[in-house]
Design a binder for this molecule. Sequence first.
Ligand SMILES: [Zn+2]
Length: 79
Amino acid sequence: MDLADMADKQIEDRLMMALAHQSKLNASGATAGYSTTCDECGEPIPTERLKILPGCATCVDCANLLEQANRIWGKDVGT
Ligand SMILES: [Zn+2]
């Protein structure tokens, strides 16, 4: 296993957790309304990001992860 494989695995693990978390939120209807913390990891979302993307629910890191997953798996994930 090389470094790239390990990175892929980490992204995959993190994403699985994020998706599980998100489906829990969806089930409880908690996605309505604005949040200032990331839905995926719970970290605060920078105000600058919220200004650019009002109502966005993920931090930059998680948004990048989701984007990478879309690229790897070739489909939309978590929407
Ligand atoms: Zn996050």
